[in-house]
Design a protein around this ligand. Structure first.
Ligand SMILES: Cc1cc2nc3c(=O)[nH]c(=O)nc-3n(C[C@H](O)[C@H](O)[C@H](O)COP(=O)(O)O)c2cc1C
Length: 170
């Protein structure tokens, strides 16, 4: 089974997950920027991971345009896995029946540019002011503007099991 992991990462969390997955599946992990349509065509399973911005998975459009045969998608965000709305993310990103997995990343606040840091601080303030916050707003009011790392190799396990199940003989 020829597999390829492709990722788009801004501050390194998605890259780390891509490396863990590629290591477990004994295949290569490549940055989306270095990926060509020929590379995608040569692989039976393509596992794509992108970081989440405003619930949208970065890089997903580009990988879809390359027409991967059997695509698996993982997305990395800072929202804790017990409050993230994966149904909404799937819908917004038009994932349909594509196997989808959410993996918690974190924030490397100091690596973000000035404008992004400013925008996050504004979002934090407006979430903090809101009454009757839902869990997502409560999390934003507490966590935005700080650095933290919630990534863990264990979050790759459901995706690995799915890829291996699909390639095992029946
Ligand atoms: C502008 C911006 C918007 C973001 N929007 C979301 C979001 O909607 N949901 C979420 O869970 N995380 C969101 N995040 C957090 C990132 O997805 C998180 O930091 C992720 O771990 C980054 O992965 P990377 O290190 O591979 O770039 C956002 C971060 C930034 C900078």
């Amino acid at each position: 089974m020829k597999r390829l992991v492709v990722y788009q990462s801004g501050t390194g969390f998605t890259r780390q997950y891509a490396m863990w997955i590629a290591d477990a599946l004994s295949c290569r992990a490549v940055d989306l920027k270095q990926t060509t349509e020929n590379m995608i065509r040569e692989h039976e399973q393509v596992i794509f991971g992108g970081w989440i911005m405003g619930n949208m998975i970065r890089g997903l459009d580009k990988i879809n345009k390359m027409n991967p045969g059997h695509l698996y998608v993982f997305a990395v965000g800072s929202t804790p896995d017990d409050i993230v709305d994966t149904v909404e993310i799937k819908e917004l990103n038009h994932l349909g029946d594509t196997p989808f997995f959410y993996m918690p990343g974190g924030f490397r606040f100091e690596q973000l540019n000035f404008m992004t840091r400013r925008m996050l601080k504004i979002l934090k303030r407006s979430a903090a002011k809101k009454e009757n916050k839902n869990p997502q707003e409560q999390y934003m009011a507490n966590a935005l503007g700080t650095s933290f790392d919630h990534s863990d190799k264990k979050y790759t396990e459901p995706l690995l099991a799915c890829c291996l199940k699909d390639s095992s003989p029946v």
